[in-house]
Design a protein around this ligand. Structure first.
Ligand code: C5P
Length: 224
């Protein structure tokens, strides 16, 4: 693992399945390090939002990509949670719904949608912590430190049930289906540090991740 990317900045990737805790951990880690937090999933959710709103066939890659190119989609990294604007309008509050959860994997499967998201993420300047599925593999293979968070399906379903509507069984089934559909882009990087978040509290996960970051990066490289 190199301490810095080629551009002389620090990029820390946190990949893992839905509800593994990656976005909360990524946000807290970024805050502790005093660098930006970037959510890649939010761009896939924004693409899905635009597609659902326009009634294009989600399986029609050409139509989805053409639609995306006709809108200005901007991701604004923010320590308290990222915001997304579509043509200047903040749509963030509409991106974590059951409808988007169910549709997002279909949109994310298209290679040209993935290229569109990757393009946007590579435009982000400076140091940051970023979460997703393929951040340490396809998007930032030169990242400074890479993590892959896991947790048992039951643990993840219980967590997600607290955030979404529906019974635990239904939430678990939706997660299982999304895992299956996301499997292709979710292989861990060979040099990622694995962490099972199931038996740990959030504070313990953040402490463990911080320890690994301190061990991997030169003293004082990023911490404030
Ligand atoms: O991380 P989050 O649950 O918000 O991601 C939403 C969806 O976006 C995932 O289920 C997946 O289909 C897609 N995604 C992806 N690659 C990423 C991040 C998210 O395919 N790096």
């Amino acid at each position: 693992m190199s301490a810095m990317t080629a551009e002389g900045r620090t990029v820390i990737t946190i990949d893992g399945p839905a509800a593994s805790g990656k976005s909360t951990v990524a946000r807290l880690l970024a805050d502790r390090l005093g660098i930006a937090y970037v959510s890649s999933g939010l761009l896939y959710r924004a693409a899905t939002h635009v597609a659902l709103r326009s009634n294009v066939e989600l399986t029609d890659e050409e139509a989805v990509v053409t639609l995306l190119r006709s809108h200005e989609v901007a991701l604004e990294p923010d320590p308290s949670g990222n915001r997304v604007r579509v043509d200047g309008v903040d749509v963030t509050a509409e991106l974590h719904t059951d409808a988007i959860d169910v549709a997002v994997s279909t949109v994310a499967r298209h290679a040209r949608v993935r290229a569109w998201v990757t393009e946007r993420l590579r435009e982000v300047r400076g140091s940051f912590v970023i979460d997703g599925r393929d951040m340490g593999t396809a998007v930032f293979p030169q990242a400074s430190v890479k993590f892959f968070l896991t947790a048992d399906p039951e643990v993840r379903a219980a967590r997600r049930a607290g955030e979404r509507s529906g019974e635990l069984r239904q939430v678990a089934e939706r997660l299982r289906r999304r895992d299956e559909q996301d499997a292709r882009q979710s292989a861990p990087a060979p040099d990622a540090i694995f962490l099972d978040t199931g038996p740990l509290t959030l504070e313990e996960v953040v402490e463990r991740v911080l320890q690994d970051v301190r061990a991997a990066l030169p003293l004082g490289a990023v911490e404030r």
